[in-house]
Design a protein around this ligand. Structure first.
Ligand code: NAD
Length: 350
């Protein structure tokens, strides 16, 4: 029996990782540590909360004493670290929250792992889940590889880049066994509707405008969240210590083309005349420091670990839309209260 800590397991990607690990690995006890910020939601895990190998712990990774006690009590054999402040727009208005959770929180976890793993070499592993945004912005050509120099542009990506560096430094300096992955944009069920795809699905459902930043030409690579969870499972178990793996969908879209595809699919699902949802598009003031293009070269994880995405973008989007239409109660819960105030501030005039 192994004790595995997953941080941020009540969030979007973390909930898929927790579910996968709980169901697949009966020989693990999975501890889901989450502070339940606005982005964390235990409704994401209702179907597995009674499983005998699952435990939820509410707590803040920024609290060093709490983290130290937790590690000495449970003697974790592995850590999959996803807890983070994750929204670029919020990092522009409150960078310090990102410094605290993403940098300080990660260093607290590293220190606690280092302490309980000292002198042991028994398959322990610290896995840091990170983003392709650490690499900065691409021009019209080229792809981010594992050796691309870090060049973060937003407070969010700067905080993730910093935490990646700390993880590496703990490997080099103290011999901490670690692995890192940097993934492109995820989409799918349980995604908080401040991010593009769930925001637009929710707005189309409610006939609200679809705020497109700048000229809509920003380009991102998109990956279905369950494919990311499968890649995380593989990297955690089969990745080499001290390595980084880029994860992506081989699936680049300009925002405006993606939005038009989403609008077409929503018209079909909602049985509305074609073109109805597209009329909701409205261009809003650009995000400062907006990166033009991200694109991932995921050939290393494909070649070395045999991973590739399992669904096409059209299949993944259709599944995602169906999930949001079937889970409107979830949407109503997460978009009540504080969300309304955030939304009004973020898109005023949009
Ligand atoms: P999310 O915002 O949906 O979830 C983050 C979770 O972390 C939430 O449950 C929240 O309650 C928890 N959390 C926040 N601060 C905490 C703290 N101080 N202590 C304990 N828990 C805390 O984020 P996500 O989109 O699921 O992203 C998860 C991870 O994957 C992040 O590290 C992010 O950088 C990385 N990532 C995300 C994407 C993406 O497209 N969403 C892509 C690549 C990498």
């Amino acid at each position: 029996m192994k004790n595995i800590l997953i941080t941020g397991g009540a969030g979007f990607i973390g909930s898929h990782v927790v579910r996968r690990f709980v169901k697949k690995y009966n020989n693990y006890t999975i501890y889901n540590l989450d502070a339940l910020t606005y982005a964390g939601n235990l409704e994401n895990l209702r179907d597995i909360e009674q499983e005998p190998n699952y435990r939820f712990i509410k707590g803040d990774i920024v609290d060093q004493g709490f983290i130290d006690n937790l590690f000495s009590e449970h003697r974790f054999d592995g850590v999959v670290h996803l807890a983070a402040e994750s929204h670029v727009d919020r990092s522009i208005t409150d960078p310090l929250a990102f410094v605290k959770t993403n940098i300080l929180g990660t260093v607290n976890l590293l220190n606690a792992a280092k302490k309980i793993w000292a002198g042991k070499e028994d398959g322990q592993r610290f896995y840091h889940v990170s983003t392709d945004e650490v690499y900065g912005s691409l021009g019209p050509n080229g792809l981010f590889t594992e050796t691309t120099a870090y060049d973060p542009n937003s407070p969010y990506s700067a905080s993730k880049a910093s935490s990646d560096h700390f993880v590496r430094a703990y490997g080099e300096t103290y011999g901490l066994p670690y692995v890192i992955s940097n993934c492109s944009n995820n989409y799918g069920p349980n995604h908080f509707p401040e991010k593009l795809i769930p925001l637009f699905i929710n707005n189309v459902i409610h006939n609200k405008s679809l705020p497109v930043y700048g000229d809509g030409k920003y380009t991102r690579d998109w990956l279905y969240v369950e494919d990311h969870a499968a890649a995380i499972d593989l990297v955690f178990h089969k990745g080499k210590n001290g390595e980084t793996y880029n994860i992506g969908g081989f699936n680049e879209w300009q925002n405006i083309d993606l939005i038009k595809l989403l609008c077409r699919l929503m018209d079909q699902k909602l049985d509305r005349p074609e073109g109805t949802s597209e009329k909701l598009i409205s261009y809003v003031k650009d995000r400062p420091g907006h990166d033009l293009r991200y694109a991932i070269d995921a050939s290393k994880i494909n070649r070395e670990l045999g991973w590739k995405p399992s669904v096409t973008f059209e299949e993944g989007l259709a599944k995602t839309i169906d999930w949001y239409l079937d889970n409107q109660e979830w949407l109503n819960h997460v978009t009540s209260g504080a969300y309304q105030e955030y939304y009004e501030n973020q898109y005023k005039g949009g």
